[in-house]
Write a protein that binds this ligand. Structure first.
Ligand SMILES: *[C@@H]1O[C@H](CO)[C@@H](O)[C@H](O)[C@H]1NC(C)=O
Ligand SMILES: *[C@@H]1O[C@H](CO)[C@@H](O)[C@H](O)[C@H]1NC(C)=O
Ligand SMILES: *[C@@H]1O[C@H](CO)[C@@H](O)[C@H](O)[C@H]1NC(C)=O
Ligand SMILES: *[C@@H]1O[C@H](CO)[C@@H](O)[C@H](O)[C@H]1NC(C)=O
Ligand SMILES: *[C@@H]1O[C@H](CO)[C@@H](O)[C@H](O)[C@H]1NC(C)=O
Length: 421
């Protein structure tokens, strides 16, 4: 598995300790209530009074625990206020605020007929029996995502180069986009990986060409976006490798010549993927042993942002950054994976993520247009969409990656909706 299980930044942990505090509080109140009830039942008024206050406290505790749809501040998308008169639906509505509704016309493809859906994500082929998880459509609050029209999209993408950069969740989106587009291609031999490479977890570069449309869809694995480096001399023994947070990944030169450029990063910025493996941060020649991961992540994003500003011609290239894709690990150690049959009705606080907040804060300050694909809120509900044990390694449950077809198709429908007028 290629994404860390104990996503330590997951807001869920905070939420749980918070839960515990509130539950303790409620517990105390309840103890008090029972005492009153046992010793003073004759004093009916007191009993009723304490019952009323108990209900009031419970109501407050409930509201505190489950605030109804917290107002999220969005820096992207413009609300459909009267000030906006653009014809583009994206600008009239925040497409990332909405809900999942059942739709029998989904899924949009069959992963078993798509050679680029890797076996590990093809849940149905790996024995998942309920297909309900693939039959949900994302419905933004104030608009609709245009229905996926493969012919139109393929024509729009003719002659273009689309580049995905990031971790395995970018690879999933890359696979999803290829599978979506293949439904509009008659001869599936005309779609091929240019180096005849197989899709594997560690592969650095994959490029699929749609010959008829002179279209390339590429994936670059760069889980941190910045450059891994060797250990400077004189470093303490525990330092096994470093990340140059002031320098973008060397393969970034290959990303420049593109029309659509989609990034993600986040799942690897955890102690278990860094410090516990002896990987520390470095700026120039200087080791930053004490630098917290959150700080390093922010600095790496600023490195990325200035690379985009100085290197990418945004007149040609549309740049996107996808925010944190929620995982649904549960249990005390955050290592239990129970895939539900239906989406959660609540987001349980997972619609926010410090990773996403950092990304939005950095992008907001950029001098060139970059679109944030804020997939965190929509993913929060989709506890039913993960691979679980229906992967190529059923012994290792997976509540980080998503089944294909599934949630990543929605990311692509939204991506494509930005490209179509
Ligand atoms: C936004 O658009 C929806 C439907 O198009 C409409 O019902 C709603 O009142 C609009 N909101 C504002 C603030 O204009
Ligand atoms: C739309 O906005 C532009 C300026 O942003 C303005 O010139 C134009 O008149 C507006 N159109 C309508 C129909 O309001
Ligand atoms: C997907 O395709 C495979 C192979 O062609 C077929 O066996 C399977 O029934 C299809 N699944 C669905 C849900 O249509
Ligand atoms: C190629 O396309 C045909 C017809 O759409 C389909 O039946 C077949 O499964 C595809 N083959 C592969 C390897 O995807
Ligand atoms: C992008 O377009 C604008 C306006 O057309 C122009 O001023 C600017 O120089 C262009 N930038 C590049 C890098 O071509």
């Amino acid at each position: 598995m290629d994404v860390v299980r104990n996503v330590n930044w997951d807001s869920f942990a905070q939420f749980r300790s918070f839960c515990k505090r509130v539950m303790n509080f409620v517990n105390e109140i309840m103890k008090g209530y029972w005492k009153v009830w046992i010793f003073r039942t004759s004093h009916g008024l007191v009993a009723i009074g304490s019952l009323v206050s108990f209900i009031v406290v419970m109501a407050f505790a409930y509201l505190y625990l489950f605030p109804s749809v917290p107002p999220v501040v969005h820096s992207y998308g413009i609300s459909n206020s009267s000030s906006s008169n653009s014809s583009s639906y994206v600008e009239k509505c925040n497409v990332f605020e909405g809900s999942w509704i059942p739709d029998e016309s989904y899924p949009l493809y069959n992963a078993s007929q798509c050679p680029f859906a890797e076996r590990g994500f093809n849940c149905l082929a790996n024995g998942r029996e309920d297909m309900g998880y693939a039959k949900w459509r994302w419905k933004p609050k104030n608009c609709d995502i245009p229905r996926f029209d493969v012919r139109k999209v393929l024509e729009r993408l003719r002659g273009k180069r689309v580049v995905f950069v990031g971790d395995s969740l970018s690879r999933t989106q890359w696979e999803s986009l290829i599978c979506l587009l293949m439904t509009g291609v008659e001869d599936n031999k005309s779609v091929y990986e240019v180096n005849r490479n197989k899709i594997t977890k560690k592969i650095r570069f994959l490029s699929v060409r749609f010959r008829t449309f002179d279209l390339r869809i590429d994936f670059y694995r760069s889980v941190f976006l910045v450059q891994p480096a060797s250990v400077p001399t004189g470093a303490p023994k525990r330092v096994k490798s470093t990340l140059r947070i002031d320098k973008l990944d060397d393969i970034s030169t290959d990303w420049i010549d593109s029309d659509i450029l989609i990034f993600n990063s986040g799942h690897w910025w955890t102690p278990s993927k860094l410090f516990e493996l002896g990987c520390y941060f470095q700026v120039g020649k200087s080791l930053k042993l004490g630098m917290p991961i959150t700080t390093a992540f922010k600095k790496a994003l600023y490195t990325w942002a200035s690379w985009v500003e100085t290197t990418i011609n945004t007149n040609r290239t549309s740049v996107f950054f996808r925010t944190f894709e929620p995982s649904h690990w549960s249990g005390r150690h955050h290592n239990s994976c129970k895939v539900s049959r239906r989406p959660w009705l609540r987001s349980w606080g997972m619609d926010r993520s410090p990773v996403s907040d950092t990304i939005m804060n950095v992008v907001r300050k950029m001098a060139v247009p970059v679109t944030i694909m804020h997939v965190t809120p929509m993913g929060a509900f989709r506890s039913d969409g993960h691979v679980g044990t229906w992967s190529d390694k059923p012994s290792v449950p997976d509540c980080s990656h998503w089944c294909l077809p599934g949630v990543p198709d929605t990311w692509n429908e939204i991506l494509l909706s930005y490209l179509l007028p």
